[in-house]
Design a protein around this ligand. Sequence first.
Ligand code: ADP
Length: 625
Amino acid sequence: MDNELSRRVDALPGLVWTAFPDGRIEFVNRRWCEYTGLSVEEASDDGWQTAFHPDDRAALLETWRVAVASNAPGEAQARMRRVDGVYRWFLCRVNPVTDGAGKVVTWCGINTDIEERKQAEDTARANEQRLQLVVDGFPTQVLIFSPAGEVLHANRCFFDYFGVTLSELKQWQTNGLTHPDDREAVIARFRESMSNGKPYDGESRHRRADGVCRWFRVQGVPLRDKEGRIALWYFLQRDIDDRVQTEAHLGKSAALMAKVEQLSLRGSFSWRPTTGSITWSEQLYRMFGIEPGAQITMDTIAAGVHPDDLHLLHEMIERAQDGKDVEFDHRLLLPNGSVKYVHIQAHATRDVLGQLDYVGAVQDVTERRRSEDALACLRAELIHVCRVNSMGELTASIAHEISQPLTGMTINAGTSLRLLSAEPPKVEGALEAVRRTIRDGRRASEVMKRLRARFNNHAVKTDAVDLSEAAREVTELLRDEIREKRIVLQLKAADDLPPVAGDRVQLQQVVVNLLLNAVQAMNEVDDRPRQMLITIEREDGDCVRLAVTDSGVGFDPQYACRLFDAFYTTTRDGMGIGLSVSRRIIENHGGRLWATPNERFGATFSFVVPSLGDHPANAGPVDRI
Ligand code: ADP
């Protein structure tokens, strides 16, 4: 090779060499020598082989042998040892140079350093293998699609679940892997993503290896290369069948619950006092007349509560701070001005962190309250009517008994007047008429006496009466009337009270009178709590005392005695006989009934009756009519 040519060959960016037609090395360039550390002489003939990695030599020689034998170009990859002993990968290519007759006159070869490319390829391959391992190890189903939408791969989790091969999977659009009802929608959605590159997200049913279809959430995202072109699509599938079934079940339960709440006029809520967060059921919104879905706070609730009952709500909130169960009634004042009665019950629970939560129910009891109120009215009216009736009955019987002798007296007096006015006066006849008048007068007075005797002697039964129990019964009877008037009633009965001797019904009548009077006395009271206290205690001398204290209008002490007079009343509808009858009943029991004004407000009406054993059975009734 002339100097000029060998200089040019030396400048080429590769290790260049030539060989004789029989394959022996003829020449290597300077770069070749510099790289391997061998001289041209050392490389000639077969010496060049020592520059290659022993593991790659056989394959390289075989390629070289085939090329020489066939006079055709050859190509092989092999590691060449650098002068410092480090091996690097080279691509060795060789071409035959022929003369005009096609005979090989020489071989020209070039070895190019491909170490970096090779490493990059190895890294990519290793990465791919690692990725494959990772994807296979995913506990969720992964599918990989080409940008055109062809299935390239799926992970083990996927194949195990569906029991199909890759080629069967490739036919997913037609082979029934997708539920027939979802197929069209899934394909349409898939095609859309493939064409516009937007992520895929949907829920659909797919057939498991055992033939059972289950719900899946399927999400797909494109993986883009540096230029932004889609390189692959990754799809993840999650089995959400249990969740879907639970949701369907919950949906059904919620619908059922809503229906039940609607039918039973009941709503439910949860409340966390520490954060103030409140959740309402649909029915509760309806009950309070609030737009469904509106945010509920204590202020929203308070705005719906009847102003007169707001204190009940505040008391309830205060009580709830201690984590106790709460139960109370209050009224709602709806935007249209109507009033509803609701009954609230809430149960306190604590979560794992000890946070207090209330779960409760609100029941619309308007109808029930209305009928209860109507019943209470009826009952109160009945009690009043009974009182009036007993008076009416008494009056009627007196009228009946007296009217006869009175008529007789009038007739006889008239007769004697007529006989005495006659000319001459008929004295005998007149005397007889006067005698008859006297007789009728006596009869009338006897009737009166008898009546009085009968009334007063009305033998008081001397049963053993448990006064506190009898009083409790009466308060129960008047419970609604008392509650309706917003009166707080307290009954304090001492323990171990002895029974009193008497007529339970009559004693209860007295208590009814005292309670109704107390209610009446508090009717106009609005500037202080309406309170009524019944105390039953043992009194000196083996008696039992019952006192009714109220915070009503009270009375002027100077009229204290007149209160017990028959027909004394200061009330518009009063008859003024309640206290007089009560006093008579108590006195018939050998007891005493009196009234005292309270220190600040109201009055106390008390009576004492002897306890059993001390009843003055022979003392006889007190004649007071
Ligand atoms: P009435 O209740 O029909 O008026 P009563 O004989 O029961 O008849 O009562 C007579 C009067 O006594 C009442 O009108 C009222 O002036 C007075 N009175 C009764 N109870 C009370 C009370 N608790 N507080 C104030 N005044 C009372």
